[in-house]
Design a protein around this ligand. Structure first.
Ligand SMILES: *Cc1c(COP(=O)(O)O)cnc(C)c1O
Length: 362
């Protein structure tokens, strides 16, 4: 199988797969509770929270929709939109029957704290949705500044998606005053898809208790009640939780800060390559993701041809741009288990693929 350098799902290690394949246990058994308990303190450390961390057997979207259903009552939700995932959150809010207001910026631009503050001044908001690292555009919005702006409005909940940035850099949930921090398994955590992790502030739980129509599967109150006994509301993907334990062993053996530093180093290597080849970044300086790079195709490379060479000759899969950015950009992930060594190998393969393209396209 070719190696994935797409920004999700990313390459999963043999070790993680082996952990995934351990024998089943009952999800109400003492063995399961011990498993959840064993991973819980480390999850709290990664989330930067004293609150319980919940395990949802769903992709991230389950919790993204669930956050809307739990925290938005009759008030409005402000959806900060700057790319494919954050734009979709607005549609999802409307599909949940909520009064959704869009704060749209051009793809490639970050969300600015002043814009969030200005929008919230209209009043009547229950929550804000924000994607920390917009995977489709490679843009990272300034989370701490945005969180501080939202905190000026005491009744407004801040829901943050960290699907492609979680554990790649510090996101201290309690310190930043985030109300929900959520992530998925198959991107920054380099696990198979199918599990989402999240935590909710005390205020968020108190809000959820007041909101009608939370449903069952993603009901935060159910998660909270069950997590108090190290259980989940329904039968979870136990295999994923085994894989998560293995991944946490990896993360804490490496050291959380070393993991962050490795991601920064991986990312810097890609940045150097982009500059050295005369390419541009899709995201402005200061707002570039640390876990992937969205390269602007200013050199008019035949991206489809380049991807084909990478796949056929180098056994590497790269992404050729999300949705309307197809061909105009390509994205290089440095998430998960990648190292400076594997990133250098990728960049060499990219050089060789570019050299193999017809000169006119170069
Ligand atoms: C991939 C992604 C999602 C969606 O994840 P699913 O696993 O498909 O639900 C949401 N947000 C961001 C930032 C993503 O990169």
């Amino acid at each position: 199988m070719p190696k994935l350098f797409i920004p999700g799902p990313v390459q999963v290690s043999e070790k993680t797969f082996r952990a995934f394949c351990q024998p089943m246990i009952g999800h109400r058994s003492g063995d399961f509770k011990k498993l959840y308990e064993r991973i819980h303190a480390r999850l709290q450390t990664l989330f930067g929270t004293k609150q319980p961390v919940f395990l949802s057997t769903s992709s991230a979207w389950g919790v993204m929709e669930g956050s809307i259903r739990n925290l938005v009552g009759t008030g409005k939700v402000l959806n900060c939109m700057c790319g494919a995932f954050s734009d979709k959150w607005f549609d999802v809010s409307k599909k949940c029957g909520k009064d959704a207001v869009s704060l749209q910026v051009e793809w490639g631009q970050p969300i600015r704290p002043e814009a969030v503050r200005d929008a919230l001044k209209a009043g009547g908001f229950d929550a804000v949705t924000l994607i920390h690292n917009e995977t489709s555009t490679g843009v990272m919005s300034p989370l701490a500044e945005i969180a501080a702006a939202v905190r000026e409005f005491p009744d407004v909940m801040l829901i943050v998606d960290s699907v492609s940035s979680f554990s790649a850099m510090p996101i201290p949930m309690d310190e930043l005053g985030l109300d929900v921090l959520l992530t998925g398994s198959q991107k920054a955590l380099a696990m198979p898809p199918g599990l989402a992790l999240f935590s909710a502030s005390e205020r968020a739980i108190a809000r959820a208790e007041q909101v009608k129509g939370r449903g069952y599967y993603f009901d935060f109150i159910e998660f909270k009640k069950n997590a108090a006994e190290f259980m989940t509301p329904s039968t979870p993907s136990i295999s994923h939780i085994y894989a998560l334990e293995s991944k946490l062993d990896d993360i804490f053996t490496e050291g959380v800060e070393s993991r962050h530093a490795r991601h920064a180093e991986n990312n810097a290597l890609v940045h150097e390559w982009v500059k050295a080849r005369g390419l541009d970044f899709f995201a402005p300086e200061g707002f570039r993701s640390k876990s992937l790079t969205c390269v602007a195709n200013n050199l008019n490379i035949d991206v489809a041809a380049m991807l084909k060479v990478l796949r056929d000759k180098h056994d590497i899969v790269l992404d050729g741009g999300y949705g309307k950015l197809k061909g105009k950009t390509f994205r290089i992930s440095n998430m998960g288990d990648e190292t400076p060594g594997t990133m250098r190998a990728l960049l060499m393969a990219l050089d060789s693929a570019l050299a193999a393209l017809p000169a006119a396209a170069n």
